[in-house]
Design a protein around this ligand. Structure first.
Ligand code: A2P
Length: 329
């Protein structure tokens, strides 16, 4: 008999949640019923989805009694910690965009182009990695398979949309000379080397996430990784400078071919014609763009890469929908 699927979107009114809706409309998955949840604040508001009007419901403990097959959560860690276990105890597979469960041993951390096999090891919760990790690891995985990575140095240039609606508002208001509400200093005209909270070791939590999540997704627990993550006055799309050292030597043109033949990556690298990826070019796309590929002349087998992706689409919404898509296969 034909199985009917029910999907819940938790945090449907947020920046990522709204993009989840857009991606679902584009993909038109074989899902029969959709339900949209938010906090009490947006409950009762209306959403247009696939030509129909839906009323957003307040998320409550009994919301999952409706018998969902899947839920995509984009409502932050506190909401995920409270409601994802309730959902999964009722047979619903949760794909969570927050950092609540990412490093839990029994929760797979998945990028469908990189470690799709981990999806099937879930116990009811699958974590979507951090946005800056997703775009980096999409590019690093095929290189690790071919040349074995020895060490990674991440330097990120992250858009304000990564901090939600309030992040975008701070940039918009900052241009008008108003004081920030989300960031500790004005983001307009500044680069702030501070994303998420500071930890006792001098790193920020965002930097720690990139380091730990890279190791978990690549199944390389002892990989040497360091990171500096920076918020920049860009609306959307994270850019990253990535320096990588390999165990094996490589030929640059072969390495480009490896990336060109890998899923979800576009090599856009033609400096003769001034071609390299940048935020306003990549926004709205699902692929991860890579350019400025060049040998690191200071080490034996190293390379520098410039990686740009839409942090709200591939870095969050699209990745989560792709996981549900795989579960439906
Ligand atoms: P709401 O619109 O009611 O605040 P963003 O990161 O862009 O601010 O979006 C956060 C999303 O998470 C919003 O949809 C928000 O709903 C939702 N959200 C926040 N707290 C809760 C909660 N306790 N229960 C359900 N949804 C929540």
């Amino acid at each position: 008999m034909y199985k009917k699927y029910k999907l819940a979107i938790v945090g449907a009114t947020g920046l990522v949640g709204r993009t989840v809706l857009k991606v679902l409309e584009e993909k038109n998955l074989p899902i029969d019923e959709y339900y949209f949840f938010s906090s009490y604040r947006s409950a009762g508001s209306k959403l247009n989805f696939m030509g129909k009007e839906y009323i957003v419901k307040e998320l409550k403990e009994d919301s999952f009694d409706l018998g969902f097959d899947f839920a995509i959560f984009s409502a932050g860690s506190d909401t995920a910690k409270k409601y994802a276990p309730i959902a999964s105890s009722k047979g619903c597979i949760v794909v969570d965009n927050s950092s609540a469960f990412r490093m839990d041993d029994d929760v797979p951390l998945v990028i469908p182009e990189v470690n799709p096999e981990d999806i099937y090891k879930n116990h009811g919760i699958i974590a979507n990695p951090n946005c800056s990790t997703i775009q980096a690891v999409c590019v690093l995985k095929p290189l690790d398979d071919s040349y074995k990575i020895k060490r990674i140095v991440y330097s990120t240039y992250q858009a304000v949309s990564g901090a939600g609606m309030l992040g975008l508002k701070d940039l918009e208001n900052g241009i008008k000379g108003k004081s920030p509400e989300k960031f500790p200093y004005p983001i307009f005209n500044n680069c702030l080397p501070h994303i998420d909270v500071f930890l006792g070791n001098g790193y920020t939590k965002e930097e720690e996430k990139m380091i730990n999540e890279t190791r978990k997704i690549l199944h390389r627990p002892n990989l040497k990784v360091t990171a500096t993550t920076v918020r920049v006055p860009v609306e959307n799309c994270h850019s990253e400078s990535i320096n990588v050292e390999f165990e094996k030597d490589f030929n640059l043109s072969d390495l480009k071919d490896v990336l060109k033949s890998s899923p979800g990556i576009i090599v856009y690298d033609d400096i003769q014609n001034i071609k390299y990826p940048f935020a306003t070019m990549v926004t709205g796309h699902d692929e991860v763009y890579v350019g400025r590929l060049r040998r690191d002349l200071s080490v034996e087998c190293g390379i520098n890469l410039w990686v740009v992706a839409d942090n709200i689409r591939k870095g969050a919404a699209t990745n989560a929908v792709q996981i549900v898509e795989k579960l439906l296969l």
